[in-house]
Write a protein that binds this ligand. Structure first.
Ligand code: MTE
Length: 320
């Protein structure tokens, strides 16, 4: 199965200690993926991948992947938050098929030297597609492991050349009221808007996603293009994005407008800062046995080594 290839990283890019650690990771990754692919299509089918969906393969990026066992296709595509389609976890799968995803363009503008509107086909081809297995930790204290297909958002931002005034980046979701039954309910200030600080947006882990499990992204997961920011609560990863803007002032996101004491701008996964109404110390891994122990939530969702330095000197209780 070519979509689970172990990648090559030029040795010139890494230090000897990193080489050792990376090699260990590759071997573990190869073993883990081997376990899935050795049994061939049967093992993959066990994850329930909808083989009728168009393929969208990516080269496995072990450097940016975790070794956790991926959540099944059924759970990833059947247990969703996409409030435009309703608040029940099954609503997005039930209703998102009505969203029109063709034609689709994404406007990238604001504080940039080269504002541009991209066609979705051009975006899919802008950089080599990679498969990265990321943890997704939802603010509701459950988690999944998802093999996303895409590339770093920085590849796109570089194309438009952000100016020196570009301090933040906003991401706006499509608004199709006739096709989105949740929009008529005033749950959020539509369209759904999320935002990152420029250094977070440029971080290599921040990913533009076009597919999962080697298939084109299903609508309920944010087709045709969404964000994946693995060290932040899932609500930071906007779905079905139509507009990206570089801005100077710190923006308000839809969740900050809806409940400012509950949802902050940063939303970094932090087991020590509880949500006002529940603890964030542990999480339920979707798809595991109902009696399986809850997992301990890790700072930055386990991505601290890669991202903690961006927040040094900040009070993460205040800047939650
Ligand atoms: N994007 C939009 N436009 N609308 C939403 O309701 N929910 C967020 C995020 N992106 C949401 C969204 C939340 S709370 C989570 S946990 C993730 O999407 C869920 O992504 P998934 O359904 O693909 O697992």
């Amino acid at each position: 199965m070519s979509r689970f290839r172990v990648p090559f990283v030029p040795a010139s890019e890494i230090t000897p200690e990193e080489i050792y650690r990376e090699r260990r990771r590759w071997l573990q990754q190869a073993a883990a993926l081997g376990a899935l692919t050795a049994a061939g299509p049967a093992a993959i089918a066990a994850s329930g991948v909808d083989e009728s969906r168009p393929d969208l393969p990516g080269t496995a990026n072990a450097r940016h992947s975790v070794l956790d066992k991926p959540t099944s296709w059924r759970d990833i595509t059947g247990y969703n938050n996409f409030y435009e389609f309703g608040t029940d976890k099954g609503d997005p799968r039930r209703h998102a098929g009505r969203m029109v995803t063709e034609p689709w363009t994404v406007e990238v503008a604001g504080e940039v030297l080269k504002p541009r509107t991209f066609d979705i086909d051009a975006l899919r081809k802008l950089a080599p597609l990679e498969e990265r297995v990321y943890r997704l930790r939802c603010v509701e204290a459950w988690s999944m492991v998802i093999p996303w297909i895409g590339y770093s958002l920085s590849e796109l931002l570089r194309q438009v050349e952000p100016t020196g005034n570009a301090k933040y980046v906003t991401f706006e979701t499509a608004l199709q009221p006739d096709n989105m039954p949740g929009v008529s309910r005033g749950i959020l200030d539509w369209p759904y808007v999320e935002a990152l600080r420029m250094d977070e947006a440029m971080h290599p882990l921040t990913m533009l996603v076009f597919g999962l499990y080697g298939k084109v992204l299903p609508n309920q997961n944010g087709a045709p293009m969404r964000l994946a920011v693995p060290w932040k609560y899932g609500f930071k990863s906007g779905k079905s994005i139509v507009r990206i803007r570089c801005v100077e002032e710190k923006p308000l996101s839809s969740w900050m407008i809806a409940a400012p004491t509950e949802y902050g701008f940063y939303a970094n996964v932090n087991p020590e800062v509880p949500h006002p109404r529940w603890s964030q110390a542990s999480e339920r891994r979707i798809g595991t046995h109902i009696l399986a122990p809850r997992e301990k939530t890790r700072m930055f969702n386990g991505y601290g080594e890669q991202v903690a330095s961006m927040y040094s000197g900040m009070d993460l209780r205040r800047d939650f």
